[in-house]
Ligand binder design. Sequence first.
Ligand code: WTA
Length: 642
Amino acid sequence: MIKKGESFYPSSEVKKRAWLKNRAIYKEAAANPQKMWNKLALELQWMKKWRKIYAGDPPHFSWFVGAKSNITQNCLDRHLKLQKNKVAMIWEPENVAEPKRIYTYYDLYREVCKFSRALKKLGVKKGDRVGIYLPMIPEVVISMLACARLGAVHSVVFSAFSSNALQVRLEDAQAKILITADGYYRRGKIIELKKGADEGLDNTAVKKVIVVKRANIEVPWQEGRDVWYQDIIKDEIDAIDPVPMDSEDPLFILYTSGSTGKPKGCVHVCGGYMVQAYATDKWIFDINDEDIFWSTADIGWVTGHTYSCYGPLLNGATFLIFEGLADWPNADRWAQVIDKYGVTTFYTAPTAIRMFMKNGTEILKPYRLDTLQVIASVGEPISEKAWLWYFNEIGKGKCPLLDTWWQTETGGIIVTSLAGMGPFKPAFTGLPFPGVRVKILDDEGKECKAGKEGNLVLLPPFIPGLLRGIYNNEKKYLETYWSAYKNKMYISGDLGYRDKNGLIRVVGRADDQIKVAGHRLTTGEMESALAKNLSIAECAIVGVADEIKGEVPVVFVVSKTDIPADQLKAEVVRIIREEIGPIATPKEVFIVKDLPKTRSGKIMRRLLRKALSREEMGDLSTLSNPESVQQIQETVQGPRQA
Ligand code: WTA
């Protein structure tokens, strides 16, 4: 057990199994990061070796220049010789009574090959974009790998996103195939996914829809366009050669929030992403042969891509994916899963930790949780209280707790303490991964002293897995990530500081993106959805603190018509749920006369947040309409007492 203010260092037992236990790695890697990545890359198989490790002229750069590989050869074929029958993936369904599914490396290899062949017959070839809109079932992993084997670029869309959100992403990626399912289970009910997927196909280039039978329900069907997954793989041969891919060929596009309405398609490439996913999974989580690795994030987010698919498979590890939720049918469901499979490495988000804390430790009493060796967190800042609870109650005071900071854009973990070394300091994330140059800068580009908050940036040679662009939007790529410091460094958009030992704590975003239960959402995308569908003059959405979810959206609307307030509020909620998804449901909707603006017309969302948290407003002299502020305070807080 540790208390507030203390740090934890790994025991000799933990160190014994660790890949890295000597701090010298940080110095060595800093002296020559390329050498370190070169060595790690050599642990994988390549069809052709690189001419150069890194070539860069930021904002454009490449890794493993001229090399050819296929990530699925390293995820699957490479393991067939020595561990053909080792378990690769365990699938636990939502329904406790339904049987689990287990895939050995050989099983997974054959399933992927069959589906690759079927995709090829449907015309999928290198470079084509394939949309994947699937729940957490084994076919989502098989689909990603089957695309990668052919060199097709997958773009997974979170299955709880609405059809509108799907449509925007498919249209932007110009996907020609969509892989979805008939339906899936959520809290015991069936979600009709195919029905939603059909609604998301308007204006897209999708010509074929492949439907996985999961819920065995009737679905709308378009002859000639729709095919059942189970039918097209049935008679396929279970082997196909992987297509050689250049290191800089795209592997996948994953959409994430932008500061404006439209989501950004982050492009990740074959060679660099592969090496980084492999190395970070191995060194950070200390993946060993006998481990059972479980990352609870949905595959629709980057954590799912890197640590519920590619990372563990590249390491020949056994990993688990789970269809259900933490608290259904009861709040002990995850503990049940940990004990059922003897999970050794558990990776989750602060929002889940807060939920468990609220439920109290009583519910965990029947569980041993004693197979756990490493526990980890991602997605939002973790408070000291939640950190200590997770460490003491789940990790039983003996497991290294890795807080990991990274982003969809970085493809893999950037800042964390390594399991075999520590230190694990409550509420601090740790040091940059060996060889990664992270700085915290003020707006002028000067490095911040310990304790002072600033912008988190990455310096050349960056990392092999950093995004290479925003799909079809070079301008946005440059503006978002590079222009602030003259194209010399990658700007993360996050704020953080270091303690006197250099450990980093990330405190939050420098822009208007919010994290709802760990899901990255853009208030801009929600605002555009409202503006498009409602007769309103203006709206602004901000995130406010929530005990469990971390942050939740609150909407401010200026109405154009005299539509009754209750009706307008209900419409706002309906539109956001329909256009984005239920995760974005606003906590509150306020109808106001005006929104505070600067003289140049920019809405001051900061003041809306202050009104919600009842903070002092400070100087309002730069506003064009300072009177709006009092009205907003009254709406939010009730009329002032005389
Ligand atoms: C936030 C998730 C504090 C941060 C892998 C980042 C964190 C955004 C942490 C990326 C952490 C992620 N501490 N904040 N350990 N990890 N964040 O793209 O604001 O879904 O920019 O990737 O989550 O979210 P994304």
